[in-house]
Write a protein that binds this ligand. Structure first.
Ligand SMILES: Nc1ncnc2c1ncn2[C@@H]1O[C@H](COP(=O)(O)OP(=O)(O)O)[C@@H](O)[C@H]1O
Ligand SMILES: [Mg+2]
Length: 340
């Protein structure tokens, strides 16, 4: 990083990276963001976030629609400028070294932008041509990537004839053509059916195992739990929490949850009564959340909590004991459900 850029860095930001004498990303970091901010006019889409992604890590941005996930990805991908803060991708500044950054990244945007007119194979080859890769080399590379994306049989098909899952896999194959260090995936499986999602997760898991750094956004907590080593929970452009999926659940939720349904009009009223029945300490009880259709009783031992509910004479229509998930973490942190 040039000295001029260091000199303008805010003191707090400088402290955050003080272990790095050059002020840039440590070699082990694929991405470092300090105070990263994006404003559109008066509106702040990304509000001064700090995070770093280590090489080989699978890192997630989990948050609801409008949280600022795509905006963050677009700044990393050197397709959107930032309003303030520092951003380093593979040790480079996306704003000043856009082409170099793009050459090291594979980008899967939220909306597929495949060329519908071309065949599956041609989509990969044409994309490689944008990077100036030789056609002869690309012919071999395309076969390898088609194999990886399980699209060999579809090589000559036109994009418009592919299913949603196949299109997504082709977008991933295409993004790998320049053998990127870091793959950015913006909502890789949103809109896909469960089977197509699992096929995609399997492919992403393979990439992760071969050492590719993955940065993905999602509003599916199960996706984050499956794929991310570490994640940030984002809401309204801010980081609400950071950690591994299991670490976040340990830190922000109880081990288990008891879901109770008393019927639409009775849930809120029952919640008040149950607060008297379940006291802190009992069954590791923590709190009750009232959702429109059910109550969530947070307790370390939810079976015991259910026994206490029954013993006090309460008769829920249905009851379910489950483990806490990232959805519960999000609810705890924001007071809202992740998908509303
Ligand atoms: N080009 C733009 N101009 C104005 N507002 C935008 C623009 N792009 C995104 N936004 C706003 O910024 C916020 C964050 O958007 P986005 O990053 O797409 O969120 P996410 O990907 O988490 O759903 C949203 O409120 C969105 O409407
Ligand atoms: Mg988005």
């Amino acid at each position: 990083m040039p000295d001029s850029a260091r000199a303008t860095r805010a003191p707090a930001a400088a402290d955050a990276v003080s272990s790095r004498p050059d002020g840039g990303a440590a070699p082990s970091d694929a991405i470092t963001a300090v105070g990263l901010t994006k404003r559109y006019g008066d509106f702040t889409a990304v509000d001064g976030i700090d995070f770093s992604v280590a090489r080989g890590e699978s890192f997630g941005l989990l948050g609801p629609n409008g949280a600022g996930k795509s905006t963050t990805m677009r700044m990393i991908a050197a397709v959107a400028s930032r309003t303030a803060g520092e951003l380093s991708v593979a040790g480079l500044d996306p704003e000043k070294q856009g082409p170099e950054v793009r050459a090291r990244l594979g980008v899967i945007p939220q909306q597929d932008n495949l060329d519908e007119e071309l065949t599956v194979r041609e989509n990969i080859i044409m994309y490689g041509r944008y990077f100036g890769l030789p056609r002869r080399w690309l012919l071999g590379k395309a076969e390898e990537l088609l194999e990886f994306a399980q699209l060999t049989q579809k090589a000559k098909a036109r994009v418009e004839d592919l299913s949603g899952g196949m299109k997504r896999r082709l977008t991933i194959a295409r993004a790998l053509v320049n053998e990127p260090d870091v793959l950015l995936l913006d909502e890789p499986t949103t809109g896909l059916d469960p089977q197509a999602r699992h096929v995609l997760w399997d492919r992403l898991f393979r990439l992760k195992e071969t050492g590719t750094t993955l940065v993905l956004t999602t509003h599916h907590m199960d996706e984050a739990e499956q794929l991310c080593d570490r994640l940030i929970v984002v809401d309204h452009g801010r980081i609400m929490a950071e950690g591994s999926p299991s670490g976040l659940i340990r830190e922000h939720s109880t081990r288990e949850v008891l879901e109770l349904r008393f019927g639409m009009d009775r849930n809120a009223e029952q919640a008040e009564e149950l607060t008297g029945v379940l006291t802190p300490g009992d069954a590791g009880f923590d709190r009750i959340e009232v959702l429109p259709d059910r109550l969530l009783v947070y307790a370390e031992r939810a079976e015991e909590a259910l026994e206490q509910v029954h013993a006090a004479g309460h008769r829920p229509v249905t009851s379910l004991v489950r483990r806490s998930s990232l959805e519960d973490v999000f609810l705890r942190l924001t007071g809202r459900s992740l998908i509303d």
